[in-house]
Design a protein around this ligand. Structure first.
Ligand code: HEC
Length: 115
């Protein structure tokens, strides 16, 4: 094998690795657009703009989420999956991935003040 060909192969391999590294984060990134859609269909009925029309204090603003220890993806995923009191469970309606993305979306919106 000539040196030039070897170099070419190394360059190709490196390109491949760099491309792959770029693709991995995209594949795992949360799907915000989809989460936003799910929120407006499934959640906004009771939680319009991060409020809570049934139990006013238990809204999705950062202060309330912190107060009720709901300020993590795990906690939000759990209440969405299993429901609580007057809030329905979404286990049968949404996939695990959708609930995960939705929880990240709720947290992100809470941090931005639902603007
Ligand atoms: C039928 C009305 C209703 C719908 C629809 C609904 N929720 Fe709720 N949600 C509630 C009620 C009521 C509570 C308060 C539960 C409790 O602690 O008693 C609540 C609580 C929460 C909390 C905890 C808030 C806090 O401050 O403790 C989160 C997070 C939440 N909901 C997210 C969602 C998401 C995400 C969806 C959509 C998948 C959703 N909810 C759909 C009524 C609803």
């Amino acid at each position: 094998m000539t040196i030039k060909l070897k170099n070419l192969i190394i360059i190709l391999l490196l390109t491949f690795i760099v491309l792959n590294l770029n693709f991995i984060p995209t594949a795992f990134a949360t799907d915000t657009v989809n989460a936003q859609k799910i929120f407006s269909v499934q959640c906004a009925g009771c939680h319009i703009n991060g409020s809570n029309i049934i139990r006013r204090g238990k809204n999705l603003k950062l202060k309330a989420l912190k107060k009720y220890h709901m300020d993590s993806i795990e906690a939000i995923s759990s209440i969405v999956t299993n429901g609580k009191n007057n809030m329905p469970a979404y286990e049968d309606r949404l996939s695990k991935q959708e609930i995960q993305d939705l929880s990240a979306y709720v947290l992100e919106q809470a941090e931005k003040g639902w603007r």
